[in-house]
Write a protein that binds this ligand. Sequence first.
Ligand code: FAD
Ligand code: SF4
Length: 330
Amino acid sequence: MLGFEYVRATTVDEAVAAVTHDPEAAYLAGGTTQLDLVLKDGVFSPQRLVDITRLPLRGVSRIGGMLQVSALTTMEDLAADPTVAEELPLVREALLAGASTQLRNMATIGGNVLQRTRCRFFRDPGVAACNKRTPGSGCAAVTGPARMHAILGASERCIALHASDLCVALVALDAVVEIRGAAGQRTVPLREFYLPAGERPDRENVLEHGELVTGIRIPLLPSGARSGYLKVRDRASYEFALTSAAAALVIEDGVIVTARLALGGVGTVPWRAPEAEEILVGAPADETTFRAAAEAAILDPFTVPGTAFKVELAKRTVVRILQTVSRSER
Ligand code: FAD
Ligand code: SF4
């Protein structure tokens, strides 16, 4: 049986100190990822789990043109927020496309941003070759069955997917991560928060050991923007994305004035597509433009036999979400 100490933190400072000063400690939020990895799969064996669910970090508030989401807000509560429902359809649709109602009532926004990859080899300690779990050991997925893996940002060192739906919408919106550490508070744009898999697939984000995500700031869309999220998956619910896309457009007289586009199910990180956005802005909102944007969104894919189908599927996902959003009312 696995033994570890369970600690319930009551203040943010206490939680940060407890993990910062103990290299064997880790945070526990809703537990939907962490308990699988520690208790069920035995991927990690922290000596101490610091429960942060009693910290005063729940709730959503609108501050000017921004939504401030505290880290322990659940996925279900964020989806039910009136501003999200009215003004950020892409966020609401991404949230409700994720997991199941039961999971969304436990899973927190901070935990969603920090969820670990679903790569089956990473989650099976019996598999020796995994550069993310054991740096330098190789990558079993590159030669193994790899249907749910990444094609963008991937390499022979690691093709693990960042499987969050929410983060695809957040990266399209230029969300910012609020972080508290022993040295104080800092903010990092979500686009810079995740590290490219590169040489060190085990280093996934900019957090130092002990730093706590306290919230996410989501800039609201300009008035007149239309947005949405499309998730393509093997079954209609309770399944991770094969491909997905979040888009927000402002269209005036049939011409795209502003465009935001991000992809899921394909990247080692939630994948913003600036090259595609450049093609969209100033172009007519029609099929030819959307296909050109889709071609630009999937630049230099790295595929293995199991993931090759994603190249065309992702492009079609982009075309479909752009069509849907351009015809929607908000
Ligand atoms: P935990 O499991 O408690 O923690 C997750 C990780 O984040 C841990 O490493 C923990 O130490 C760290 N952590 C948590 N909070 C903080 C914080 N505030 N600061 C610093 N570190 C922190 N997600 C999707 O997007 N789409 C899906 O379709 C989907 N399907 C799922 C299906 C299943 C069966 C399961 C189990 C999960 C699924 N998920 C999906 C993932 C789910 O959204 C995440 O497991 C959940 O959001 C994690 O939140 P949590 O509060 O439970 O985090
Ligand atoms: Fe490990 Fe990444 Fe390879 Fe999966 S894809 S086995 S996480 S190195």
